[in-house]
Each structure stands twice: as structure tokens, then as C-alpha cells.
Design a binder for this molecule. Structure first.
Ligand code: BYC
Length: 327
């Protein structure tokens, strides 16, 4: 007997109920699922979607900060920013490698990014207009990423969970260097403090949107949580981020651009104003200020790198032939 139901929003599966139950038992027992293990097709496709989008976000996320490397205000700031942007590139590579263990190729994933089929985080479609934005990205964007990714270290899929451990360590450094940039500006001249405030005003709401739609609108959350890919819902993580970040803004003497932000004693967290979901979906669907530039930059990098890929393949082929001939 086969179940023809939808397993997750990602794929129709025709696995036997006994197989699905046995798989769920492994998940419930907190066993890690490894690439060669049997898994429902929906689980595999969900992971390819999420890990692929996560990898694309890391790589596209190099662009807004890369934009400021040549304009960093000191050698120390430039060295730290260079290292951070390179770290993001490294994260993308671990994640592409983790997704490849599920049977998708890097070329396929890149193709999906460039054609607009695969998403990447909405946050990277906003422009970096001032040096303060580099601080704010580290503080808020990496801060939000850590909040989302710490639970992913316990994701049921082994390669993703293991990649996340190193990624989170590096993101912690990114968050601190960003906060320190903003702190320096907030304690600087009135113009520098105004630059930091302007940056917070522009990045606050998009950072909250990084966690994804409200739980009621999140099509994948229920199944992803059942499979222990996600451990917390989008709204739970967003709330944790707000509660951790508002006191950090207060410490800097900056104000969070939300007139409805109030401490709710009963829930032990902040209530916040409405998020502009029209803006979120517009940006996710390609209508953000920077969407076109981002994809153009990735397309150019892919095209410019064609000769490197061809040379690497030709070299590998030569080595293989030489090895065969020597046998
Ligand atoms: N942007 O059902 P839902 C970094 C999509 S980079 C765009 O809640 P799910 C960094 C979602 O994909 C770190 N799209 O989905 C790098 C889905 O569409 P599809 C980035 C979004 O998967 C450089 C639809 O909306 N982090 O740290 O359960 C410099 C419905 O959503 C967004 C990750 O990628 C969004 N913000 O949950 C600095 C974390 N939100 O696929 C820093 C890994 C939702 O059906 N990903 N969508 O077409 C996740 O944890 C989850 O995929 C999400 C969404 C929480 C993002």
C-alpha cells in the first residue's frame, strides 16, 4: 500500500507508510540522517531547496559588503571586512557541498539562482549606502543569521548540521565586528551618530523580514519542524532576535524605528509594530532595489569563471588518463 499524499509542500511521494513511519521514528529519536540513508523524496527536496537557497544567500551576501572593501576607513577595518566577506564565500561553498550530497549539482543550483527559480535571502536586495551599513549588516544581519542558524546546528540532516557549527562560530565574529563599528560611530561625532541611526532605520525592518513570513503564512514550517530541519518557527526566532537586539540598540543610544515597540511584561518580550509584508514579497519576487544588480553580478562571475571550470576539468581528465596509463 502506498501513500500518494503530499509530504511537505516540496514533493509528492509514493513511499510506503511503513517507510515514512520508520523514518519519522529515526527523526524523533534524534538520529542524524546521512546522505546515503534512505529518506523520503520530500525530505530530500526540502533540504535541497533550503540548503541551496542558504548557499546562494551567502554568496550573494558577499556583494553588498564587498562594495565597501575599497572604501573601508582604515587598514584594520579593511582587513576585518575582507576576512568577513571571504568567510561568507566559504559558508557558501560548505553549503553547496552539503546540498551536493543530496544528488544535486553545483551547476544545477547556480542555474536555478540565475534563472530566478531559486530564492536567496531578501535582505541582500537592499543597497549599502554608507560605511555605517557595514556595521549594521554585521550587527543585525549576521545577528539574525545566528539566531536562525544556531538551531540549524541540530538539524536532522548531518552534513547541514555539521556545516552550521563552523558557520555559526564565524557569524559570531561577524556580529561582534559589526556591532563594534556601529558603537564607534554611535560614540563619534554627531554626524557619525546620525549615520548610524540612519542605517538602523533602513535595515531594521528588512532584518525582521529575514526570518520569513508569519507562521500562519509559512507553507513549509509545519513539515520542516516535524522533520526537525527547523527547530523553531519563523515568528519564534523573530521574537528572540527582537528581544536580544533592542537592548543592544539602547546601549548604543540609538532608537529602533518602531513606534509600537513596547515591553510586554506578561510574555517577557517586546511587542512590535506591523511588518510590511507587501514589501517583503515584492523583494522576494525580484522587485527590490538591488535584485537585478545582484543577479547580473552573479551571472558575470559565472561567465567569467567558465575558463577556470574548463581548465580544472581538463586537468582532472589528464590526471585520470595518466593514472590509467600507469596502471
Ligand atoms: N528571503 O514557508 P517558509 C548570511 C521564502 S546568509 C527570501 O517560511 P521555510 C549572511 C521561502 O524560501 C543566511 N525568501 O519557508 C551572508 C519559501 O519560498 P520557496 C541566510 C524567503 O524554508 C552574507 C517562502 O518564502 N540564511 O547569514 O520554512 C553576509 C515561504 O517561506 C525568505 C538562511 O538561508 C527571505 N527572508 O523558512 C551576511 C537560513 N523567508 O522556497 C550574512 C536557512 C522565506 O517555497 N533558511 N522565504 O520558493 C531557513 O532557515 C528557512 O529557509 C527560512 C524560510 C527561515 C528562510
Amino acid at each position: 500500500m502506498y501513500s500518494q499524499g503530499l509530504i511537505g509542500a516540496d514533493g509528492r511521494t509514493d513511499e510506503a507508510p511503513e517507510f515514512l513511519e520508520a523514518f519519522q521514528k529515526r527523526i524523533d529519536a534524534e538520529e542524524k540522517i546521512e546522505p546515503m540513508d534512505a529518506m523520503p523524496e520530500g525530505y530530500r527536496r526540502t533540504l535541497i531547496r533550503q540548503i541551496g537557497q542558504h548557499a546562494h544567500s551567502e554568496i550573494v551576501g558577499m556583494l553588498p559588503e564587498g562594495n565597501w572593501i575599497t572604501r573601508a576607513p582604515s587598514l584594520k577595518r579593511k582587513a576585518a571586512l575582507l576576512a568577513k566577506v571571504q568567510d561568507e564565500g566559504g559558508h557558501g561553498l560548505y553549503l553547496y557541498a552539503a546540498a551536493e550530497t543530496l544528488g544535486v549539482s553545483r551547476d544545477q543550483m547556480t542555474e536555478e539562482l540565475l534563472s530566478g527559480k531559486a530564492k536567496y535571502s531578501s535582505i541582500f536586495n537592499y543597497p549599502t549606502l554608507s560605511w555605517a551599513d557595514i556595521g549594521t549588516i554585521g550587527w543585525l544581519v549576521d545577528g539574525a543569521a545566528i539566531m536562525n542558524q544556531i538551531p540549524l546546528c541540530r538539524c536532522s540532516f548531518g552534513p547541514y548540521a555539521r556545516a552550521m557549527i563552523r558557520v555559526c562560530k564565524e557569524e559570531s565574529f561577524h556580529q561582534r565586528q559589526g556591532y563594534e563599528i556601529v558603537m564607534t560611530l554611535a560614540r563619534g561625532t554627531p554626524e557619525q551618530k546620525a549615520m548610524a541611526q540612519d542605517s538602523l532605520n533602513r535595515w531594521w525592518w528588512p532584518s525582521l523580514m529575514m526570518f520569513g513570513p508569519h507562521d500562519a503564512e509559512s507553507q513549509h514550517s509545519d513539515q520542516n519542524m516535524k522533520w526537525k530541519i527547523k527547530r523553531f518557527s519563523n515568528d519564534e526566532l523573530r521574537q528572540k532576535f527582537i528581544d536580544a537586539t533592542v537592548p543592544q540598540a539602547q546601549f548604543l543610544g540609538l532608537s529602533v524605528p518602531d513606534p509600537d515597540l513596547t515591553w510586554n511584561e506578561e510574555k517577557g518580550g517586546y511587542d512590535h509594530g506591523p511588518i510590511d509584508w507587501d514589501e517583503f514579497w515584492r523583494v522576494v519576487k525580484g522587485g527590490g532595489v538591488m535584485n537585478r544588480d545582484r543577479i547580473e553580478a552573479r551571472q558575470k562571475a559565472w561567465d567569467d569563471g567558465a575558463w577556470v571550470r574548463e581548465a580544472a576539468l581538463a586537468h582532472a581528465e589528464k590526471r585520470r588518463a595518466r593514472k590509467l596509463a600507469a596502471e
